[in-house]
Design a protein around this ligand. Structure first.
Ligand SMILES: Cc1cc2nc3c(=O)[nH]c(=O)nc-3n(C[C@H](O)[C@H](O)[C@H](O)COP(=O)(O)OP(=O)(O)OC[C@H]3O[C@@H](n4cnc5c(N)ncnc54)[C@H](O)[C@@H]3O)c2cc1C
Length: 390
């Protein structure tokens, strides 16, 4: 089969791939091809599951704040260009015992970056957010710019815009291998080959299959989603119930308001081991897991039926320190964005913008710690991610 020529190939039309395609498609005269192993917006990617928490007051400290602020602008642009509702800015409420380390770091972040927020006492939490069963000594941090993102709508919107701007999108076309050559990068698929000036690898949990270095660096964490029916669903509507993070003892819950009118999303820490390949990952919760999660949810939320009304199991590729990989190879021809480590949806528009800038050899503000060689030298000291992230 003949090898076709193009300027840029994006491998994977998921979270990062769709954002990179949208950004690249805005550049005049550039020939761009996106290649996706499944159909347009599917249920296998790390973006599946109705909502993703967006917050600016991150408990990881300042590393992500600028990326998130830029992404917030780009989420709004994506909404304006597509005419679709993607980002519900309903706030993000963190509740934890006073002095809890993650909450203290988030408080430091809001102060350092002057982010709009409110600190709530136990009594204020109980009065304003009766949906939460607040424990004595719990305090709250309401991140005013936080909220819920709608991931499937976001990916669909970015792909539709990219296509309308002239990008060529190929679906149900798995990429088999990628070969960097002096005259370009060859991308072989099940349905023919492409040679591109530059390739962006944005293949999420499957990245290890296409890159031996990523196979060493990345591990797959399984993450489950659960939705519960409250007795009073109106209390959990987006106008009244912000996205949330809750820490109680060793239990961490996160979730989003009810977007379907009858159930809200409340999910807890993964207890699965890590895996190397998607083919090994479990595809559903066990009955015991669902009973345990339901009991915890009923303890933390008011009037909640402990049986999850919906549940699904997903996976995401993690680096040991949960920093993403944002890399341009020595030749400049291969750009890699990977290892979004369970928290990267919120800043994926920034990653897509960086991917396009790196592919075009333009200036960008990428943190040097995200480069692949920097990751690999830290990996030699720490070893791979071993699990327990949320
Ligand atoms: C359950 C869960 C909850 C999460 N919650 C949050 C949250 O609340 N907030 C937050 O910010 N982040 C959250 N995250 C993290 C975030 O959703 C992921 O980090 C992000 O979606 C990963 O994006 P990606 O582009 O790397 O992968 P994906 O979105 O999975 O995209 C990869 C794409 O590449 C395609 N592909 C792979 N291999 C090939 C190939 N060989 N050929 C062609 N196509 C290929 C795949 O089919 C897929 O479409 C969560 C993740 C999970 C799983």
């Amino acid at each position: 089969m003949e090898t076709q020529k193009t300027n840029v190939v994006v491998i994977g039309a998921g979270t990062v791939g769709s954002m990179a395609l949208w950004q690249l498609s805005k550049r005049d005269g550039l020939d761009v091809v996106g290649i996706e192993q499944y159909g347009r917006v599917h249920s296998h990617g790390s973006y599946a599951g109705e909502s993703r928490v967006f917050r600016t007051a991150v408990h990881e400290g300042g590393t992500y704040v600028r990326m998130i602020q830029r992404s917030r602008e780009l989420w709004r642009e994506l909404e304006a260009e597509s005419g679709r509702s993607i980002y519900a800015e309903v706030g993000c409420l963190s509740i934890a015992p006073e002095g809890f380390p993650d909450l203290e770091t988030a408080l430091g972040t809001v102060r350092d970056f002057d982010l709009p927020h409110r600190v709530l006492s136990t009594e204020e939490l109980r009065a304003e957010f009766p949906q939460h069963r607040v424990h004595d000594g719990d305090v709250g941090l309401l991140d005013a710019h936080g909220g819920g993102l709608r991931p499937e709508v976001a990916v669909m919107s970015a792909l539709d815009l990219a296509e309308a701007n002239g990008a060529k999108l190929l679906f149900n076309t798995p990429v088999i291998d990628v070969e960097e050559r002096p005259d370009g990068v060859v991308v072989r698929t099940t349905q023919g080959a492409w040679i591109a000036d530059t390739v962006i690898l944005a293949s999420g949990s499957w990245s290890s299959r296409l890159s031996p270095e990523l196979n060493e660096l990345l591990r797959l964490q399984v993450l489950g989603l659960t939705w519960f029916m409250p007795k009073q669903p109106e209390l959990f509507a987006p106008e009244r119930f912000p996205a949330f993070l809750r820490d109680a003892g060793s239990v961490h819950f996160f979730g989003a308001p009810s977007f379907d009118g009858y159930a809200f999303k409340a999910c807890t820490n993964p207890e699965w081991p890590v895996y190397r390949d998607v083919s090994e990952v479990p595809t559903t919760h066990t009955r015991e897991e669902l009973i345990r999660i339901g009991q915890r949810a009923a303890e933390l939320f008011e009037g909640v039926n402990p049986e999850p009304v919906r549940q699904s199991v997903h996976h995401c590729a993690y680096t040991p320190d949960r920093l993403p990989v944002v890399d341009r190879s020595a030749s400049g021809r291969l750009v890699t964005i990977a290892g979004l480590s369970g928290h990267g949806f919120k800043f994926s528009p920034q990653l897509g913008e960086w991917a396009a800038q790196l592919a075009m050899d333009e200036e960008s503000t990428v943190d040097p710690r995200f480069a692949l060689p920097a990751h690999l030298s830290r990996l030699a000291e720490t070893g791979p991610y071993t699990g327990g992230g949320h």
